[in-house]
Ligand binder design. Structure first.
Ligand SMILES: Nc1ncnc2c1ncn2[C@@H]1O[C@H](COP(=O)(O)OP(=O)(O)O)[C@@H](O)[C@H]1O
Ligand SMILES: [Mg+2]
Length: 288
């Protein structure tokens, strides 16, 4: 069965795109077929995966407006086999507003993915959400079964998290009962600062098992890779960032292998719900 994972956090710059691209690349390198859907008008995931995304390129925008099927807009990643991208162009910036007037506006992506999977197999579909809780992210949450939530190991990291968890709860209640917080990934960890380890500890205290063991270190190679249209795995495969993303991808893949993952209390509505409740005061962490 295809795992559909949406990488969401309405904060910008927390590592959504970087995590999407590198985890997708790592999974594809194991021979699994992976589709990355770029839901951010900025098209950063498309850039990093070497997908054409100039204005007017067939993209996820036309998929959401119903002009094209998802299969029609796919581009193979030039650097990595088994990896495809549904690119985002700047046209997508208008979708947030244009979709409001359309029928089944929250279900557009879900329907497009279901139709695509009926035609062609992918082991993983990974959705890179924009930094907002608007209709594009909502489409991502409705289309997925799991949320991968990147949290940057910085001050303010937890701000807005309870709002995101409430949104996930709301989507589960009203639009997509299958949705759960599959995993939390700590990103841009700077081992030299006490703050980073404080944030990491705080997140693990709140979310326990849901947090992946692997922490992604802050690494220059990770941030350089996109300017060469590459993931860090191809750009500098032995760098600490590449190794960490490989490990995170392995962990994420193994979560799917556990039997009854869908029902296991730790990973589904109960887990996320508890997180949401426990987390009603995200501002408390600087005091700890
Ligand atoms: N582990 C890391 N080390 C160094 N820079 C990183 C790392 N992860 C992300 N970055 C950089 O931080 C910025 C924001 O990351 P990005 O993945 O685009 O966040 P988001 O998609 O959440 O907005 C980018 O410039 C990216 O290259
Ligand atoms: Mg992004």
């Amino acid at each position: 069965m295809t795992r559909i994972i949406t990488v969401a956090n309405q904060k910008g710059g927390v590592g959504k795109t970087t995590s999407t691209v590198n985890i997708a690349a790592a999974i594809a390198q194991t021979g699994k077929d992976v589709l990355v859907v770029d839901l951010d008008p900025q098209g950063n995931a498309s850039t990093a995966l070497g997908a054409e995304h100039r204005e007017g390129t067939p993209s996820i925008y036309e998929v959401l407006t119903g002009e094209r099927t998802l299969i029609e807009v796919l581009q193979p990643c030039p650097e990595i086999d088994h990896l495809w991208t549904a690119p985002a162009t700047i046209d997508l910036a208008g979708a947030e507003i244009e979709l409001v007037a359309q029928v089944a506006r929250e279900y557009r992506l879900q329907r497009a993915i279901t139709a695509a999977l009926a035609e062609r197999h992918f082991d993983y579909v990974i959705l890179d959400c924009p930094p907002s809780l608007g209709l594009l992210t909502l489409n991502g949450l409705v289309a997925a079964r799991e949320v991968l939530l990147p949290i940057q190991c910085e001050y303010y990291a937890l701000e807005g998290l309870s709002q995101l968890l409430r949104t996930i709860d709301m989507v589960r209640t009203h639009l997509n009962p299958e949705l759960s917080v599959g995993a939390i990934l700590l990103t841009m960890y700077d081992g030299r600062t006490r703050l980073a380890s404080q944030v990491a500890t705080e997140v693990r205290t709140h979310f326990g098992e849901q947090v992946l063991d692997t922490v992604i270190p802050r690494s220059v190679r990770v941030s350089e890779a996109p300017s060469y249209s590459q993931s860090v795995l191809t750009y500098e495969p032995t760098s600490p960032g590449a190794l960490a993303y490989l490990e995170a991808a392995t962990q994420l893949m193994s979560l799917g292998e556990e039997p009854d993952i869908g029902e296991a209390a730790g990973y589904t509505s109960d887990g996320a719900g508890a997180g949401a409740t426990n987390h009603s005061n995200p501002h408390s962490y600087p005091q700890t």
